[in-house]
Design a protein around this ligand. Structure first.
Ligand code: CA
Length: 388
């Protein structure tokens, strides 16, 4: 069996309204799908993390740098291919965009392997520890509006997400420490006392400012405080984890086993959030998962992007052993963006309908079709594809 084509599809559309997080506002939604074709007619699908022009640049890495390295190779040799590509790219990017590009390729190769075996990804990994996965809904994005309008909107939106059936909710912060505490208080007011909420700072704080917000989160009973400081600031993470009673989470901007090794050894994370579409694909995710569990650090995958990324993560979450295990273990959650995303909801011929499943069950079923278990609609891809 041979790889005959490696194709990037960058999809882009205007969003119904501009949204923001602590670093920027954005008005376009982007998804970067990788399609790998073979001489036996089996096609695999993967996805690379990275919005906007990052996706277009990653398309260049996939098609102009990685594709020539792997065309003609046996797609079943995915781990050999991973190391061949990584070794050749090592001098040019052990983190960042080359790893994001390799991630989409690796996921597509796993999809092919599952289709060859006739097995869903979770069976290829070793089986499902659960047949449904609980889902938390994030929203409460920043907008160009006053603090008072943010406060009122966050309280309402948090209650609405709770009422949709999600197991917990997550909010953005980023207006500044004092106003951010007001937003967190509004969310707690909105959801009441018996529902979990998490706070995502997207690394906008210094360590002292993160302590200021973190102490308020202790009082409010927030479940985790995500990316409080810059991802490079392992000392800041460690000090926050040692000094705060709220769980410190992060890791979506970390890459491969070597990056994760340093992050985990620095003991700054209560909860690890690896991004399979960025850190190096499924092959590397499985190594990072083992590394996290070797440090007794529970994992809640970071999830972003189209239905391909969501389906891949459902498979991975199904196959994740509970840590530390028990009769009633804390189960891993699927991260779900409650804002409109047509690349997730409309990409597949047979949609996952996460919102509908959550409303009915509070959780989603694990697809059992071979590979990642879903396939995109070619007409939809043609309608939204943009050129680099
Ligand atoms: Ca995040």
């Amino acid at each position: 069996m041979k790889i005959t084509a490696v194709i990037s599809h960058v999809l882009q559309t205007d969003m119904p309204e501009e949204l923001g997080y602590s670093q920027q506002y954005y008005a376009k939604r982007t998804a970067h799908l990788v399609e790998i074709r073979t001489d036996e007619g089996i096609t695999g699908w993967g996805e690379c993390f990275g919005p906007g022009n990052v996706a277009l640049a990653n398309k260049g890495i996939v098609e102009k740098v990685i594709a020539p390295m792997i065309l003609g190779r046996d797609p079943m040799d995915r781990d050999v291919i991973w190391h061949h590509v990584y070794n050749l790219l090592r001098d040019h990017g052990q983190k960042g965009m080359p790893m994001q590009a390799l991630s989409g390729v690796d996921i597509a190769l796993w999809d092919i392997a599952g289709k060859v075996a006739g097995l869903p990804l979770h069976k290829m990994i070793g089986g499902a520890h659960r047949d449904r996965v609980q889902v938390y809904g994030y929203g409460m994005m920043l907008k160009r509006e006053s603090v008072a309008d943010h406060v009122a909107r966050f309280a309402d939106e948090a209650a609405a997400i709770r009422d949709m059936g999600f197991v917990a909710t997550k909010m953005k912060v980023g207006l500044g420490p004092r106003d951010d505490v007001r937003l967190c208080q509004a969310v707690r007011r909105g959801i009441g006392d018996d529902f979990d909420f998490m706070v995502d700072a997207n690394h906008c704080y210094t360590t002292p400012d993160a302590f200021f917000v973190g102490r308020a989160l202790e009082e409010l009973g927030a479940y985790w405080f995500e990316e409080p400081v810059a991802p490079e600031d392992h000392d800041g993470y460690r000090e926050l984890r040692a000094g705060l009673r709220v769980n410190i989470s992060g890791g979506e901007a970390e890459f491969n086993r070597w990056g994760w090794r340093k992050l985990l050894e620095s003991r700054g994370l209560d909860i690890a959030q690896p991004e399979v579409c960025a850190l190096g694909g499924i092959s590397e995710y499985l190594r990072v998962l083992a590394l996290a569990h070797a440090h007794f650090t529970p994992v809640v995958n970071h999830v972003w992007g189209s239905a391909i990324a969501v389906a891949t993560n459902i498979q991975l979450l199904a196959a994740m052993p509970p840590l530390p295990g028990g009769l009633f273990p804390r189960e891993p959650w699927l991260e779900f963006d409650t804002t409109e995303n047509i690349f997730r909801d409309n990409l597949l011929s047979d949609p996952l309908d996460i919102q509908g499943q959550v409303a009915a069950h509070g959780s989603v079923a694990v697809p059992d079709a071979p590979g990642i278990g879903v396939a995109p609609d070619p007409a939809f891809i043609r309608a939204y594809a943009v050129d680099g």
